[in-house]
Write a protein that binds this ligand. Structure first.
Ligand code: CIR
Length: 250
C-alpha cells in the first residue's frame, strides 16, 4: 500500500522561512485550503494519507519531506539544515516508526529531504546550503549509490529544479543542471516554468503546480495523468509540491 505522511499548517506558517519577505504576505487560511486540496489529490491518486497535527513552534513543519528519507524498509530521520527546523523530525519519526526501521542522523551532519532525488538504486543529492558532507555520508550509509550534484546559485534544494517520474525518468528544468547528471530519460520544463519542475509522481499520476501549461502538456505527452494543484502560499515560503509529503510503500 502507498502511504503518505503530511502535516497541517500552523498559524505560525505566516512566519515560515523564506529567502525574501513575501509580498503580499502568506494567507494562512488560503494555505490551509491549498494543503487540504493537496492531501485530497494524493488520496485520489490511491495514496493513504496520514496528516499530523500542526505545532505552532514549527512554522515550516508542513514541509515534511525535509525530515526523513525512506529507503526500502528504513527511514533516515534527518537533521534539517535550518536550525529553526531541528525539532520537526520527532513527530514524523513517531509515525514512520510504526512502519519502518528508523535510522537517526547525528550531529553535526545536516540533510534536507528536498535535496534527495531517488531513481532506482541511485540517490542524487544536492550540495546545498542545507545538506553538508557529513549528512550526505550518513545518507550513503543506507546503501544506495549516491551521486552528489552541484546546484545553480540561489537554488534552495535539488528538487527545486527536478523531480523523479518513476525509476528511470526525471522532470528537469532547462538551464539548471545538466541532463547528463542523471541515468534517466528527461521530460523538460521550459525556463519560463522552472517552478513546475517540482512535481509528485505516483505511478502514472503526477501532481504538479497549476498554471504551467507547457509542463502540463509535456507530462501528458509522456503518458501521465496530470493533476494541477494550487501552490501560491507554499511558494511564498520557498516550498513546492514534493516537500509537503513523504510517500512510501508499506
Ligand atoms: C525552508 O526554508 O526550509 C522552508 N521555508 C521551505 C522548505 C521547502 N522544502 C522543500 O522544498 N523540500
Amino acid at each position: 500500500m502507498l502511504r503518505a505522511i503530511t502535516r497541517e499548517i500552523p498559524a505560525s506558517f505566516a512566519h515560515a522561512l523564506s529567502a525574501a519577505p513575501p509580498d503580499p504576505p502568506i494567507d494562512v487560511g488560503v494555505a490551509r485550503a491549498h494543503h487540504a486540496t493537496y492531501c485530497g489529490v494524493l488520496a485520489a491518486c490511491g495514496v493513504t494519507v496520514e496528516t499530523l497535527p500542526a505545532d505552532e513552534s514549527f512554522p515550516d513543519a508542513c514541509f515534511v519531506e525535509d525530515t526523513a528519507v525512506v529507503v526500502g524498509d528504513r527511514a533516515l530521520i534527518t537533521r534539517p539544515g535550518a536550525p529553526s527546523r531541528r525539532g520537526e523530525p520527532a513527530a514524523v519519526a513517531a509515525v514512520l516508526g510504526h512502519w519502518l526501521e528508523l535510522v537517526y542522523m547525528t550531529e553535526p551532519a545536516t540533510l534536507d529531504g528536498g535535496d534527495c532525488l531517488r531513481l532506482g538504486n541511485t540517490i542524487y543529492v544536492g550540495r546545498s546550503g542545507r545538506s553538508n558532507v557529513l549528512g550526505i555520508a550518513q545518507l550513503a550509509a543506507l546503501g544506495l549509490r549516491v551521486v552528489e550534484v552541484d546546484l545553480p546559485p540561489g537554488i534552495l534544494h535539488l528538487k527545486c529544479v527536478c523531480s523523479p517520474l518513476g525509476p528511470d525518468r526525471v522532470l528537469l528544468a532547462k538551464n539548471t543542471i545538466s541532463a547528463s547528471t542523471f541515468d534517466a530519460s528527461v521530460v523538460w520544463v521550459p525556463p519560463s516554468e522552472t517552478y513546475a519542475a517540482n512535481a509528485v509522481a505516483i505511478g502514472s499520476h503526477v501532481i504538479m503546480a497549476e498554471g504551467h501549461p507547457h509542463t502540463h502538456d509535456a507530462l501528458v505527452d509522456a503518458g501521465f495523468k496530470v493533476h494541477p494543484a494550487p501552490f501560491s502560499e507554499v511558494r511564498k515560503a520557498d516550498g513546492s509540491l514534493t516537500c509537503q509529503s513523504i510517500v512510501f510503500e508499506r
